[in-house]
Ligand binder design. Sequence first.
Ligand code: ADP
Ligand code: MG
Ligand code: MG
Length: 910
Amino acid sequence: MMEKKRVYTFGNGQAEGKAGMRNLLGGKGANLAEMNLIGVPVPPGFTITTEVCTEYNETGQEKIVAILKTDVEKAIKHVETLMNSQFGDVKNPLLVSVRSGARASMPGMMDTILNLGLNDEVVEGLTYKTGNARFAWDSYRRFVQMYGDVVLGMKPANKGDIDPFEAIIEKVKQAKGVKLDNELDVEELKELVAKFKVAVKTQTGKDFPTNAYEQLWGAICAVFGSWMNERAILYRKMEGIPAEWGTAVTVQAMVFGNMGEKSATGVCFSRDAATGEDLFNGEYLINAQGEDVVAGIRTPQQITKIGSQRWAALAGVSETDRASNYPSMEEALPEIYQELDALQTKLENHYKDMQDMEFTVQEGKLWFLQTRNGKRTGGAMVKIAIDLLHQGVVDEKEALLRVEPNKLDELLHPVFDKDALKKAKVLTRGLPASPGAACGQIVFFADDAAKAHAEDKDKKMIMVRIETSADDLAGMEAAEGILTARGGMTSHAAVVARGMGKCCVSGAGALNIDYQQKIVEIDGTILSEGDFISLNGTTGEVYAGKVETKDPEFKDDFTELMQLADKYTRLKVRTNADTPHDAGVARRFGAVGIGLCRTEHMFFDGEKIKAMREMILAENAEGRRKALAKILPYQQADFKGIYRVMAGCPVTIRLLDPPLNEFVPHEEKGQQEMADSMGVSLRYIKQRVDALHEQNPMLGHRGSRLGNTYPEITAMQTRAILGAALELKKEGVVVYPEIMVPLTGILYEFKEQEKIIREEAAKLFAEMEDCIKFKVGTMIEIPRAALTADRIATSAEFFSFGTNDLTQMTFGYSRDDIASFLPTYLEKKILKVDPFQVLDQNGVGKLIRMATEGGRSVKPDLKCGICGEHGGEPSSVKFCHKVGLDYVSCSPYRVSIARLAAAQAAIENN
Ligand code: ADP
Ligand code: MG
Ligand code: MG
């Protein structure tokens, strides 16, 4: 049997690996190999595979060294030959770096050691070889420091604590009266090395290793070990990177940017990562090594002249000052710059994407040390994809696949001003429930917010609540953002805020709200009504005071991207909207219909709630009908408003769904008001409210159960829905109403409702002497409905999967209480993700697939869609495409995201 290959060499235009092997060689190792293959100058070296990292973590240092010994020694020979020098040799030493690199880039998470191979004799050899003692000793002191920190564990455990080596440097600098590291002379550098070694001995009890191979093994194993350091584990958790992947280790011949004025090091991007502008840019430092550019020890200079001039304008530096003191690389090292520019273009063309690169210039010779696809903002992501398409680098499909749907969100909401954010103080964190930025004065009650808004339309408010309910809608509408102490990502506040495109931070547990005194205490800070507070709904951060925001701008490239998406997509994207305003927003984002219009909000404000409560109090059907007759004109007007905005589109309207209990006041003050306005006693109201109380309202008297016990409600709503459409028909506005029965579990539950709807429609059409086409269908949100879909489809004309309830009932998790155990479940990996955010394809998805197939087995053209929160989540949208749904429906601000995900699904499944 062939031994497993663990070490891959590269150098001098050849490589055993290549870009496609990133799983085995890590991103860095794979790209170093690839750069060799395409003729980009890279110092020779070798990469030890990610699989060895796993072996290391299982077997430990001793075994791994034994396994790798022959291969690594052979690979070092290979580098020695190419570099014409010897590892550990006193006269002609080869120095190497030992670098980490996982499959996915984890910037700064693991460790790198530079200048390995030095000791007290070798440093003299290096001095002799280069004729540059300062350089040799600078390299040596850096090596001892990095090795001490990373391999010998001298790095302080706490972020705030000072690095023991930095402390020594500070002391020496102070004694000599200098500010910068590069102002230290040879003698001082020697002093540093000596003191460093003493510190190592004192702290670890061992001498600093002098043997080159001993140093190398220590470093290799430390890099493997750093995969398991706390920082890396935390980062992986955040980014969803599995621990099994492991890191590769690359050992590579050193090249030196710190050999004098003809040497430099830098970082560059083939395009602007913040804006996407197609402009080569980056920073460099003369006579510096590795991390110096990002470490902020010296201020780096710009690589291009135009970048340098832009920088000077921002920094208030005059052109003469700039040109003489902060010249660009283009000006200071013009030949190297030309070469660098040509190679960055070559790399971008090769990888067909924006590149983020590291390079070093050693005495006039340019070397590349890393390239990768650069991270970028949402705006840059769209611009770069469209630019690459126009430039003929990628085709339309590839351009669409380059855009990460969720990242579009950044483009759609107001954002914090970057400079303002830097100065802001974080009070606490909650869940990033609805993205965007908001800032305003604290208000606790919906009616206060609505009143203030009526008086001053420009007043900016943040509504702060323990949790929200349908009562709070007007206040949420009036506010810039919503902050709640309880509730998860699918809490009322979160769902409604996302629908409104309003920023929301939910479940901020540190909030102590006192409604009586109208104050909120957050970790000792007490804020009152009227105080300013700012929310970042994208990160969940809550800031004290005013942090300025700005509106997003829509650029042509975004519009073009969305048109392109439509060209490839099959799945239609509708929206969940209850108001003309929301419907309008969604249409502008490209929604082609309403998939869910909830009607409960139409029973709330002003006169409507009064009539609704009258209905609830009524003793019999007659009384209820009388009260409902008062609501009818309001609902009809509401539907007309929505239809107008959605002219030409299908509009799915759901009949009343929530339990009646949500429409009555629960505090005595409200009950007294209700009693007064209805002319009955408080006791009577209390009795009625008590009678409506349910142990489990979400599994109680709601949905079609309501419509079947109070058929008058269904009849009234049918009349409003169809009556509105008939009136608009006279104006020449065509819509396609689809009446949707909520919470069906049994065929006959649906049939009963359908009968009422059709009878009322027939009556109305006769009265009006006119008719319109409409459909009657049902939500599929109870597992039993999914299981008996073939029966339900004998009557229903469409299915709409209500995946919030369906998830709730399939898992048996209350979505309002999941926050109490979800974090533990995620931690223990019992759940990979929150199933209320990302559709559970194995379970809930199976029901969806089954129901769609079942329904279509009796009605082949049965229209099927989804209207839960999942309709705007990319992986769930892709699933909906695969099971053959006709549409997804999502909140207005997620329409673009769903459209893009739908196009990607079509491309990926072709
Ligand atoms: P990270 O993944 O944190 O960026 P790197 O392995 O890229 O770590 O290395 C850190 C720094 O050291 C980078 O600036 C890199 O360019 C530099 N560096 C790494 N290896 C060498 C080398 N062989 N010669 C010169 N500089 C190097
Ligand atoms: Mg790097
Ligand atoms: Mg439901």
